[in-house]
Design a protein around this ligand. Structure first.
Ligand SMILES: Cc1cc2nc3c(=O)[nH]c(=O)nc-3n(C[C@H](O)[C@H](O)[C@H](O)COP(=O)(O)OP(=O)(O)OC[C@H]3O[C@@H](n4cnc5c(N)ncnc54)[C@H](O)[C@@H]3O)c2cc1C
Length: 696
């Protein structure tokens, strides 16, 4: 069952064809039930960490006055109206926020509160229609000793303060966690303190800890996406001799290759929107939202590491942090430089074609120069362990793993279309008159986005049609891009720059698919999902007519199954679009699920069905179609020793942050197996979270 469906309790109503929408008759319509999401009460292990904390607080004893006057108070859900707030880019304390704080602690004169005693932990923008008015919503941390020092008259008010779960929470100490490099240094220092003298390990000035060269275990990290980068960072910091191999090019050359694709239609098979330094997320919107727990220690460690390498501090505070391609590129350069300083050898343009296996154990890799098509120069390189961080588009790697009898399990994922609207339309749907404040990303309020989910339960005799349909990877102020890795296959995704200033808003509209869907097209076996993706991508390439031209249809025409007229609305996609019947791409039950969800989405976002809304085909690479089983403690592949499958391609992540977190955990686990780290991973990073099918 998908995560989305787990989290919602169905509230049934049936769409009967005649009443449903006379405007959009469906020829092969079967009664279909649409279920609205409604939150259920989670119990036991299903509870989110924040809910567990709240429960613990509820059952704990009342706070003593001494406790109240010590430590920190966290004040949440403080609302400031847009007119009183300096705007989305201001992350300090404005007067209106101090007034809100004063109200909560019942202190009569807001202007007497010293701003230095407060820190903004989170700032989000809430423009939901159920609100009286759109507001900025803050979480603020109050340092009691600083407050009492700077304004002793607050003493009485703090004594009177009572915790209110989720609104006013007392914390005995500040929750400070460092970036990954700091965490590793700390844990190494701690273990060194307990190490006996003469263990053979040496500490170097600056905290770097190096195992003598002769003893360094050799690790190959295949792939330089977020999971590979973070695995390499951890292993190198612990003293392993790491080589990172990347079939694609460094960001500088990759940028030129992407330019040639957009301008001259030249697709480099190994250097494109999916392959190259930084992985699939480099030419992306760089959304750093994740469903694996924003405040968890592991996610915080990743976010702070990104800040160390050049991301703005605002990603730690912003409710919906994102970087944009322009900020990702310099960040990756800094990341690369740090790895090289640690001694990591980075080989761009180096594709791993095979694994070297001896006695049922991986002992190295066979590589070739990815710019050479003849494979004349391939080499065998020996390693003690291989981290496989190849992402979900390395289909050749899945095929190669099968030749070594590695277990690969098909996994549910999602397919659909990318919808694009004029950004101004989305701004006005979401913000009404406040949309004037967007100013192409330079205004007070964020460029508007949306997130819509529907649960569809249709009756189809051959295929179970219970599935989630949802928007995903929304790129406000962005553009639709080509994520094909072969000219015969066509698929799209979205990216944007940090300002999100383009005139379009795009988002995937996808439905979950599973083994039943794959077998409806006669695809069986471990790579059935990959074959299903490829089939849809080949159909899209044919519908577009080749040359990377994307087949498109307006949303109303898709609902009516009719070809869009010759005047199509403009598209941000740079390689050309062609009107086509997009329902020809999918089995009919998928088209119907998409159609019915679009009707539902229009109820939530009136205006979503618009002649200016253009659907682009096809969105297939939403997450990995397979999972490679591995040991939960050691992260080692269960069917082949010495292999460490990580990140999205291995089926353990779905987005930049979750992939980075997975790579980080795998790095610690492997460092432990190699004898480079003796501590407890959980005490340093918290519990590992298996992102599985979760997208972002
Ligand atoms: C256009 C686009 C936009 C996206 N936007 C976002 C977003 O805004 N936010 C978000 O969270 N996620 C986004 N994603 C998804 C995100 O990029 C991925 O979830 C994430 O990058 C997965 O990380 P990974 O390390 O597991 O794999 P990848 O990032 O895919 O990295 C795998 C790397 O391995 C290399 N490789 C593959 N095979 C080989 C081989 N045989 N030899 C050597 N190297 C190899 C590849 O070249 C690639 O660089 C986007 C994806 C795309 C395509």
């Amino acid at each position: 069952m998908s995560i989305v469906s787990k989290l919602i309790t169905p509230l049934h109503f049936t769409l009967n064809p005649p009443n449903c929408s006379p405007k959009y008759p469906f020829s092969s319509f079967k009664p279909l039930t649409v279920q609205c999401g409604k939150r259920t009460k989670r119990t036991g292990k299903q509870r989110y960490p924040s809910e567990k904390r709240k429960l613990k607080l509820k059952t704990s004893d009342p706070l003593s006055v001494e406790t109240k006057l010590d430590g920190f108070w966290r004040l949440s859900k403080l609302q400031v109206s847009v007119s009183d707030d300096p705007g989305k880019d201001f992350l300090g304390l404005c007067d209106a926020l101090l007034q809100e704080i004063a109200k909560v602690i019942k202190f009569p004169v807001a202007s007497m509160l010293p701003p230095e005693a407060f820190t903004v932990i989170r700032k989000s923008f809430d423009a939901r229609k159920m609100q009286k008015e759109p507001t900025f919503v803050y979480t603020v941390e109050m340092d009691v000793s600083k407050l009492l020092r700077l304004e002793p008259r607050t003493w009485d008010f703090i004594c009177e303060l009572e915790p209110r779960t989720g609104l006013i929470d007392h914390m005995p100490y500040e929750r400070v966690s460092g970036d990954l490099i700091g965490i590793i240094n700390d844990s190494r220092n701690a273990s060194e303190a307990t190490d006996s003298v003469g263990s053979g390990n040496h500490s170097f000035p600056g905290g770097l800890h190096k195992v003598p060269t002769a003893e360094k275990p050799k690790v190959a990290v295949v792939g330089s996406g977020p999971s590979g980068l973070f695995a390499a960072l951890v292993l190198a910091e612990f003293g392993a001799d790491v080589t990172m191999m990347e079939r694609g090019q460094a960001v500088e050359q990759r940028g030129r290759d992407i330019g040639a694709l957009i301008v001259r239609r030249i697709l480099q098979l190994d250097s494109n929107f999916c392959f190259g330094e930084g992985g699939a997320g480099t030419w992306s919107d760089g959304k750093l939202v994740t469903r694996i727990g924003r405040n968890s220690r592991s996610v915080q460690a990743v976010m702070k590491t990104l800040v160390r390498f050049g991301a703005p501090d605002s990603i730690l505070v912003d409710g919906k942090p994102h970087l944009g391609t322009d900020r990702l590129i310099p960040l990756l350069r800094n990341f690369r430089q740090h790895l090289q300083e640690l001694g990591v050898s980075i080989r761009f343009g180096t594709r791993v074609d095979d694994l070297l296996v001896e006695n049922e154990r991986v002992v190295g890799v066979n590589v070739s120069d990815s710019r050479e098509s003849l494979l004349l120069d391939n080499q065998n390189l020996k390693y003690d362990a291989v981290v496989l961080a190849v992402g979900h588009s390395a289909r050749d790697i899945y095929q190669m793993l099968l030749t070594h009898e590695v277990d690969i399990v098909p996994k549910d994922f999602s397919v659909g279309l990318r919808v694009e609207h004029p950004q101004e339309l989305i701004n006005s749907i979401q913000y009404s008159e406040l949309s004037d404040e967007v100013l192409k990303g330079r205004g007070k309020v964020p460029v508007a986005d949306y997130k819509i989910v529907d649960y569809v339960d249709g009756n189809n005799s051959s295929v179970t049609t219970k599935r989630s349909c949802y928007s995903f990877c929304m790129c406000p102020g962005g553009q639709v891009v080509l994520t094909s890795t072969k000219p015969s296959e066509l698929c799209v995704n979205g990216m944007s720059f940090s300002r999100r200033s383009s005139k379009w808003a795009n988002s995937a509209l996808v439905v979950t698919v599973s083994a039943e869907d794959f077998s409806s097209l006669n695809f069986q076996g471990p790579l059935a999902g990959v074959d299903f993706q490829r089939e849809l991508e080949q159909r899209a390439a044919l519908l577009g007519g080749g040359n990377f031209v994307v087949p498109v249809q307006t949303v109303p025409d898709f609902l009516e199954k009719k070809l869009s007229a010759s005047t199509l609305p403009s598209s941000s996609y740079r390689l050309g679009v062609k009107a086509a019947n997009l329902h020809e791409l999918f089995p009919s039950h998928i088209t119907e699920a998409l159609q019915h969800s679009i009707l539902k989405f229009d109820q939530e976002l009136p205006g979503f069905i618009s002649n200016n809304a253009l659907l682009h085909g096809v969105e297939t690479r939403t997450s990995s179609p397979v999972q490679i089983p591995r040991n939960v403690e050691t992260y080692e592949c269960t069917s082949l020793k010495g292999l460490y499958p990580v990140g999205e391609g291995a089926g353990y992540a779905g987005g930049i942050v979750s992939a980075a977190v997975d790579g980080m955990f795998a790095g610690f686990a492997l460092a432990k197996s190699l004898g480079l780290y003796q501590g407890s991973m959980e005490s340093v990073l918290g519990k590992s979270q298996n992102a599985g099918v979760a997208n972002y």
